[in-house]
Design a protein around this ligand. Structure first.
Ligand SMILES: [Zn+2]
Length: 102
């Protein structure tokens, strides 16, 4: 679950990581997330992305929530009456819907 505190931590961490060469900020993590999930992220960027997952708990949780949402969306297609649980962050659902419309 992406709480307000978690979003704040990711912003702060992103600001710190932007000063370190070769590091991915939390904002860049979100940008690369879809390519990573689709397996289209180039090898170099994928290594940096996976390193960020190791060092950033907030982005690990974000990725887990993302995967969970994708799984639920897949299930919703199987069963149109399946309810969406309350714990899925609304901004994440919006981001996924926006990405699908590209
Ligand atoms: Zn992060």
């Amino acid at each position: 679950m992406t709480s307000l505190g978690s979003r704040f931590m990711r912003k702060m961490k992103g600001a710190m990581l932007s000063w370190m060469p070769g590091m991915l900020t939390c904002m860049e993590f979100e940008i690369f997330l879809i390519d990573y999930m689709e397996g289209t992220l180039p090898a170099g960027q994928r290594r940096v992305f996976e390193f960020h997952i190791k060092i950033c708990r907030e982005c690990r949780e974000y990725l887990a929530a993302y995967r969970y949402t994708i799984e639920l969306a897949g299930r919703a297609y199987d069963d149109g009456s399946a309810p969406l649980p309350d714990e899925v962050p609304e901004d994440l659902v919006k981001a996924i819907l926006a990405a699908r419309n590209c």
